[in-house]
Design a binder for this molecule. Structure first.
Ligand code: FAD
Ligand code: NA7
Length: 457
């Protein structure tokens, strides 16, 4: 019998989790389907594969990357650790709880380099369009091999969409912005704090990007940072030099006027106003339409498109849990594809989705959000043989992290946590985060004992 074919769109952490899930089954001696992953960039890692480019890439495709220089993990690494590949196994020594981007990128790659996962990925290949054929029950995927400028198509029995959702900017308009004399950009195009040294910076938004870009620019020498919120302020104890104000109403020249009647002049504006779930390669009836939230509608177990469950979406949720959530999802998807996990009927699936949507509606605090996603992860873990980990303890760490940020947004990254995978307590990093201006892997991992016993990098 002909092997089933599985197409995966994207080789970021979610797509790689799917590849790894199949490899794990293969290593157990099971017969796995034929799997092909398409990645429009020249390397894997998705967001973690930093790109200096903005706008379009070398082949004229929209640049996927939204990450920037000097980006350090914004949550404890112990909350995202793969349960089948620990930080200890990768780094061979304890490291701190908040590593910089290149170190996490290295970790992601370590697990898949152990297998021949790269062989399954067609790089520099963008998915242009998908048709579903009701008669053959197959997905026809139209692709562009960007390197040789060739369009072709392939057929699949299952399609896994792992193309991420923090790449297409949500960019609001504010009256007068077209006359603002300084730089206006979205966080998607932010590549590091250097241009904002000695500048007065306005940031719109009050979520992760606003917080992190604001604090980074403060750390790297911005003269002042003003954060303007629409619904709720971030509300942590800000240091002198960072202020939160209500929403921007309009600009007059370089001066911004806010809802509370205050005004101030700025050199530059960064819109940290979130991203759109965008799937330009999917027709209407297959496209997930959602805002960024913890339980997008239409996905059974947060994964299976209810109208057509052979269409699988990974990582589409707003995220407390990341790498380990993608794994838990990918393992369940794999078991469905390999007939080891049966889905209930569509109406039953709908009831389950509604149950989660109702619960999501009722959430109020950040702690509620953590508990909700924790319950979701547990639900997934019960469905596959992805190695169990102490999810309740991870939830405790997330809550500690939230409290740490509230207490001191500049020092929370100096805290350490204990792995639920190995029990290892993280090291204190050799340099306090506020004094550490170098985010390279070499600098991070290098440590030398000085004569006086104080470690120095
Ligand atoms: P992505 O990483 O976005 O990967 C999607 C992949 O799909 C990309 O490689 C892309 O090129 C490819 N692709 C897209 N469209 C196509 C197409 N048409 N054809 C072929 N390939 C395609 N998470 C954390 O855990 N900790 C952090 O500190 C953290 N910081 C973040 C900071 C920023 C600025 C952003 C934007 C996100 C951050 N995240 C963080 C969340 C991050 O999104 C996840 O960690 C993770 O990268 C999501 O993985 P993914 O594979 O779902 O999506
Ligand atoms: P998020 O978490 O989706 O947050 C988007 C923010 O943008 C949020 O504060 C919104 O305010 C705000 N927003 C959206 N539209 C507007 C308008 N029109 N005006 C003002 N403010 C607006 O995106 P992030 O980029 O912060 O985080 C995404 C990922 O990147 C995350 O996983 C991180 O790890 C990095 P609201 O509260 O809705 O009023």
């Amino acid at each position: 019998m002909k092997k089933k074919r599985v197409g995966i769109i994207g080789a970021g952490p979610s797509g790689l989790a799917q590849l790894r899930a199949f490899e794990a089954a293969k290593n157990e001696g099971l017969e796995v389907p034929e799997v092909v992953c398409f990645e429009k960039q020249s390397n894997w890692g998705g967001m973690w594969n930093y790109s200096w480019r903005t706008g379009v890439g070398k082949y004229g495709e929209p640049t996927h990357g939204s990450m920037y220089k000097y980006l350090w993990s914004n949550g404890p690494k112990e909350c995202l650790e793969f349960s089948d590949y620990s930080f200890d196994e990768h780094f061979k020594k304890p490291i701190s709880s908040y590593p910089p981007r290149p170190v996490l990128f290295d970790y992601i790659q370590g697990r898949i380099k152990k297998n021949n996962v790269r062989d399954y990925i067609s790089f520099d290949t963008t998915v242009r369009w998908v048709n579903y054929n009701e008669e053959t029950k197959k997905f026809e995927v139209v692709l562009d091999n960007l390197k040789i400028d060739k369009t072709y198509s392939e057929e699949f029995d299952y399609l896994v969409v792992a193309s991420g959702h923090f790449s297409t900017p949500n960019m609001p308009y504010f009256k007068g912005i077209e006359q603002f004399p300084g730089q206006v950009m979205h966080a998607h195009d932010f590549r590091g704090a250097d241009p904002y040294k000695d500048q007065d910076l306005l940031i719109i938004g009050s979520s992760y990007s606003a917080e992190d870009i604001g604090v980074q620019c403060y750390k790297h020498g911005a003269k002042s940072v003003t954060l303007s919120y629409r619904s709720n302020p971030i509300g942590v104890n800000w240091p002198d030099g960072i202020t939160e104000v209500p929403l921007l109403k309009y600009f007059e020249g370089d001066t911004a006027y806010f809802k509370d009647g205050t005004s101030r002049r700025f050199d530059a504006v960064v819109m940290c106003t979130g991203y759109q779930h965008k799937f330009p390669f999917l027709p209407d009836e297959l496209r997930l339409k959602t805002k960024n939230n913890l339980y997008p509608d239409h996905l059974y177990k947060g994964v299976f498109f209810n109208d057509l469950p052979n269409l699988i979406y990974l990582g589409m949720q707003d995220q407390y849990y990341t790498f380990n959530m993608f794994d838990a999802q990918a393992w369940v998807a794999r078991d469905f594809i390999m007939n080891q996990y049966q889905l209930p009927k569509k109406a039953e699936r709908r009831i389950d989705i509604d149950k989660w949507l109702d619960a999501n509606e009722k959430l109020e605090t950040s702690f509620d959000h953590v508990d909700f996603q924790t319950a979701y992860i547990k639900d997934l873990l019960a469905l596959s043989d992805y190695p169990d980990f102490n999810v309740d303890q991870v939830a405790v760490m997330f809550k500690e992290w939230l409290k740490d940020k509230d207490e001191n947004i500049l020092t929370y990254r100096d805290k350490t946590f204990q792995s639920v995978v190995t029990g290892t307590k993280a090291e204190t990093h050799h340099t306090e985060w506020m004094d550490e201006l170098d985010d390279s892997k070499e600098r991070y991992l290098y440590q030398e004992e000085c004569e006086d016993g104080v470690s120095e990098a």
